[in-house]
Design a protein. Structure first.
Length: 366
């Protein structure tokens, strides 16, 4: 039985946003020794492993479990990557790696929807959004829960921990499965746009292009706007020259931020340059640039909720799941939209091949 796995120590350190110097100071080690542990040149003794686990707020078993590969930097669609520090990117990628461990745990116990995300790198974002809507049978109506919609089409969606607040969202493909991680501290409207933005990356950039850089971000934004607010429906909505009151009413229909709808109206030539600037100034005065007064509730994951309800019925506790993953219950909850119930009693885990099938039914207005 292994007693220490170097890649696990590196993952845990980055997950906590610590540099080698910071962790070495916290544990009372030299940076040279800590680097040797991470590189596999030396192995820490039991007292040192205990101090490392305590400093990293993880069970000691985490540092002795199987080897882990990092999510490659080039595979991740970080928004405004130039504004993030290397440490912030590492913390977010490491959080994503913990989510992958949980995803694998769930996959072994449940039949989840198969991925159905088309790869359309040759299309412009507007057309790509129309194609995805057509393929998924969505028409041009306003969309319901975006997280539910993504999950129903095979995207694995998890929440970003609070210590990744600098990152709005990111997506990547791992072993042919698409993943999206969403920051839950944003408004409900912003969260929906983030989800659509990351879908744009998966559709436009996941196969042949690195999903990073200003051009990729602009394309994902255009995809998100077109996906949430289809051209045909918006043009038919009687919003030409719309003032603030009409914009605030219409945003409730589309469940988007007021600024996002205003930008979309300008993009579709329904607002002149002057009308657009005037609307933006007025919306800023009313607090809509940094928040969404009277906005919608933040969307969560129906799939994860169904998973935990099923496990609860079987007697599987959050502590059981965390123990299997060698993490704490608090760490587990950070990746599942806070859906872990706090009081569950019961026993064993589901095993074998008798896996329940989870089906998510999407409705346009749900």
């Amino acid at each position: 039985m292994p007693t220490f796995t170097p890649s696990r120590l590196t993952l845990a350190r980055k997950r906590r946003g610590l540099t080698l110097v910071q962790l070495a100071d916290a544990v009372g080690l030299s940076v040279r020794s800590l680097s040797a542990y991470e590189n596999g040149r030396q192995e820490p003794g039991p007292p040192t492993r205990q101090r490392l686990a305590a400093a990293l707020d993880l069970p000691e078993a985490f540092l002795a479990a199987g080897d882990v590969d990092e999510i490659p930097v080039d595979a991740v669609s970080f928004r405004a990557a130039s504004k993030l520090t290397a440490g912030q990117r590492d913390t977010a990628r490491s959080a994503g790696r913990i989510a992958l461990m949980l995803a694998d745990w769930i996959e072994r116990r449940f039949h989840l929807p198969e991925p159905d995300v088309p790869s359309l790198p040759s299309l412009d974002p507007e057309t790509a959004a129309e194609v995805v809507r057509a393929r998924w049978g969505l028409g041009v109506a306003p969309l319901g829960n975006l997280v539910r919609l993504l999950e129903a089409h095979g995207v694995r969606v998890f929440s970003l921990a609070a210590d990744c607040a600098a990152v709005d969202a990111f997506s990547f493909v791992w072993h042919r499965l698409p993943y999206v991680l969403l920051n839950t501290a944003k408004t409900g409207e912003r969260g929906r746009f983030d989800a659509a933005h990351e879908l744009g990356h998966l559709v436009l950039h996941s196969e042949h292009r690195i999903p990073q850089g200003p051009d990729a971000e602009q394309e994902a934004n255009r995809f998100a706007a077109a996906f949430l607010m289809p051209r045909a429906a918006v043009l038919a909505g009687g919003l030409a020259g719309a003032g603030i009151d009409r914009i605030l009413t219409a945003k409730q229909t589309w469940r988007v931020a007021a600024m996002a709808l205003t930008h979309r109206l300008h993009e579709l030539d329904l607002l002149t340059d002057w009308g657009y600037r005037t609307a933006c100034v007025d919306l800023s005065r009313r607090g809509y640039r940094t928040s969404e007064p009277g906005g919608i509730a933040r969307e969560t994951s129906p799939l994860l909720d169904a998973v935990f309800q099923t496990l609860r019925a079987e007697g599987t506790t959050p502590a059981d799941i965390a123990r299997d993953l060698h993490i704490t219950v608090a760490e587990l909850n950070r990746h599942v939209f806070g859906l872990i119930p706090t009081a569950i009693s019961g026993g064993g885990l589901r095993g074998g091949s008798d896996r329940p099938k989870l089906t998510l039914v999407t409705e346009r207005g749900s």
